[in-house]
Write a new protein. Structure first.
Length: 326
């Protein structure tokens, strides 16, 4: 079967009835680009820039960051690259960044919250990103946004840095998109309002599930509560996608769930536009997409959100739906 998948490397990602949905790759460093190209990704849906900070003994300079971002953007040859601003905090720490200890790091000063407290570090990263945007098609994405205020502040700082660069005669891409992760339940609930202020969403299920179920994503003792197919999680995902589409923006997913065989048909039924996953999952999902006619799974999303009551029911629902498709 793997040999079958390999043939799909240069094929577009289409359903049995010819609808195209983007299958993208998640990366951690520019070195991951080899796998991205070998597996025929149509975009980079998430570049987790914190590894640039973690693999370094001090804050990476604007120049070092610019080089790394440029390499990935150029490597994709015009296809879109979504780069997420630094998501340090939670379980990710830096030896050279002496931050106060917190009782609940996942609920503490993490990601965009940290960027807002250390704006110089944030501005350096944004300048590197803006400069790199001249070399292809870039989307800048903010992690862990929970309120409109946070989003507006981040966008304001981005605009200030952009204006400064332009005033200095530095070239900035003219097709730059600005988006946000949907991984805090508050943002999912207000997706319709957020959608009016960004170009795209990317749903981060790894965190969205942990925060919705109040179950630490790394704690084995509560892993039974970490339920991707729980109807509550699915309703938030559907609400997010609907909020995006009703306001004319696209919605992707870069959490692990995007490359999951049970989750995929549900997401397709919801009309999710972009599926970003580890490069090694791309051809498996492209093959699965090819087998599904979206007309045959029209009811799946509503059933999974509003009829099923449990995680297990949804697992069975998808298995039975897929069996019927043959
Ligand atoms: C997520 O939360 O789903 C996500 C993609 O981000 P990370 O796993 O880096 O927190
Ligand atoms: Mg996350």
């Amino acid at each position: 079967q793997k040999a079958e998948w390999k043939k799909l490397k240069d094929e577009p990602s289409v359903t049995a009835n010819g609808k195209h949905y983007t299958i993208a790759a998640n990366i951690g460093t520019p070195d991951d680009m080899k796998g991205v190209l070998e597996n025929g990704a149509e975009a980079v849906g998430l570049y987790r820039t914190e590894f640039l900070y973690m693999d370094s003994s001090d804050f990476p300079s604007e120049e070092d960051q610019f080089e790394a971002y440029k390499k990935v953007i150029e490597g994709m040859n015009g296809k879109q690259v979504i780069i997420r601003t630094c998501d340090i905090g939670g379980d990710k720490h830096l030896d050279y960044w002496d931050l106060p200890e917190e009782m609940n790091p996942f609920l503490g000063v993490r990601a965009i919250r940290l960027s807002m407290q250390y704006k110089d570090i944030f501005r350096t990263q944004l300048r590197a990103l803006l400069r790199a945007s001249a070399y292809g098609s870039l989307g800048i994405m903010f992690p862990m946004i929970g309120t409109l205020d946070e989003l507006r502040e981040a966008k304001k700082i981005l605009k200030e840095e952009k204006d400064k660069l332009v005033a200095d005669g530095v070239k900035v891409g003219d097709n730059l998109q600005v988006g946000m992760m949907i991984e805090v339940p508050a943002a999912a609930v207000l997706a319709d309002q957020f959608a009016k202020e960004v170009d795209f969403f990317s749903i981060g299920t790894n965190d969205l599930i942990q925060y919705t179920m109040a179950a630490d994503r790394g704690n084995d003792n509560v892993s039974y509560l970490y339920q991707p197919y729980n109807p509550s999680v699915l309703r938030l995902i559907k609400h997010t996608i609907d909020g995006a589409h009703e306001n004319g923006i696209w919605c992707g997913m870069c959490g692990e769930a995007a490359g999951d065989n049970i989750m995929f048909p549900i997401l397709l039924s919801m009309g999710l536009d972009e599926y970003s996953m580890s490069a090694t999952s791309i051809l498996r999902i492209r093959s699965l997409m090819k087998q599904i006619n979206t007309e045959d799974i029209k009811e799946l999303a509503n059933k999974a959100c509003y009829v099923s009551e449990t995680y297990e029911e949804n697992e069975k629902l998808v298995e039975e739906t897929m069996k019927k498709l043959g």
